[in-house]
Design a protein around this ligand. Structure first.
Ligand SMILES: C[S@@+](CC[C@H](N)C(=O)[O-])C[C@H]1O[C@@H](n2cnc3c(N)ncnc32)[C@H](O)[C@@H]1O
Length: 265
């Protein structure tokens, strides 16, 4: 595993095309997150979309597979600011290709906002045009809960009942695009995760690393924080590179990986 202190955009610009197999990470959020470059400041949703468009372009260029961002939009003065939708829309308008986003259902803590508690985040998925990157769903699939040989039926526009053909028995059920992984103390995969202000849980990183890369592949997290993605790579026999612009986070992820490796011995 390699952990480097750098601005991820500057670092990725120096890397050759297709030099990693998967990019996965969680960027700082618009309006809330700090973009730790130059003078530290909270960036607006507009600025975030422009910046993340450049980051996504570079990530897609250097990845031979998927580019996945775990990210949320913010609400300011009662107004939802559509950073994620803005990024996907700008990407699409510029001829980029993406998959339908997955939803990470995270079981958040209660809040007092006069609206439903936000219980999920987007997992945005980008790729090179006309490619179908690795999708090894069987690596995370479980046996079906119901009899997979039953035929489904529905009514057509004339009201006539139609029946689908019976399918062959499935040993495994294809996973759905809502991924339930709880957050909070005891669920993050490592106690040091809490030293980053917005870590994602190990289980979530492992889920996507397993589906979107093969053992031995090289996975990049350009916003490595506490090193969750590298921890997931370590547990699934992938190689990993983590970038973070802050020295404190580079130290943190190194410390976490050292601890993970010590526990293995
Ligand atoms: C949401 S946190 C990532 C948390 C990580 N997924 C984890 O589980 O610990 C975002 C990280 O991006 C880093 N970051 C912010 N701007 C960056 C930039 N321009 N280049 C590289 N890293 C950056 C921050 O220092 C922060 O650690």
């Amino acid at each position: 595993m390699k952990i480097i202190q750098a601005d991820c955009l500057e670092w990725m610009r120096k890397q050759p095309d297709n030099s990693v197999d998967l990019v996965i990470g969680s960027p700082p959020y618009a309006e809330k997150g700090l973009r730790y470059k130059g003078n530290r400041k909270v960036i607006s949703t507009d600025e975030w979309v422009d910046w993340m468009l450049e980051v996504t372009k570079e990530a897609v260029r250097i990845s031979s597979g998927w580019v996945l961002w775990v990210v949320n939009g913010s609400v300011k003065n009662g107004q939802y600011l559509p950073a994620c939708e803005g990024l996907v829309w700008e990407w699409y308008k510029q001829g980029g290709e993406s998959e339908r986003s997955c939803i990470w259902h995270k079981n958040s803590l209660p809040s007092n906002r006069a609206w439903f508690i936000n219980d999920w985040e987007f997992v945005l998925a980008f790729k090179k045009p006309n490619t179908r990157p690795l999708f090894n769903w069987k690596s995370v699939a479980l046996p079906p809960k119901r009899d997979s040989t039953l035929a489904f039926s529905h009514r057509d526009s004339r009201g006539i009942r139609m029946s689908t053909k019976k399918s062959l028995p499935n040993k495994l059920a294809r996973p759905r695009d809502v991924i339930r992984v709880t957050v909070g103390g005891g669920h993050m995969g490592h106690k040091l995760a809490h030293e980053n202000e917005a870590p994602f849980p190990l289980k979530l990183a492992k889920h996507f690393v397993k589906v979107c890369s093969n053992p031995g592949d090289l996975v990049l997290d350009p916003f490595v924080g506490s090193g969750t993605t590298l921890h997931a790579c370590n547990e699934t026999e992938r190689k990993g590179i983590g970038i973070d612009v802050r020295k404190s986070q580079v130290h943190l992820s190194k410390k976490r990986l050292k601890d993970v490796n010590m526990r293995k011995c």
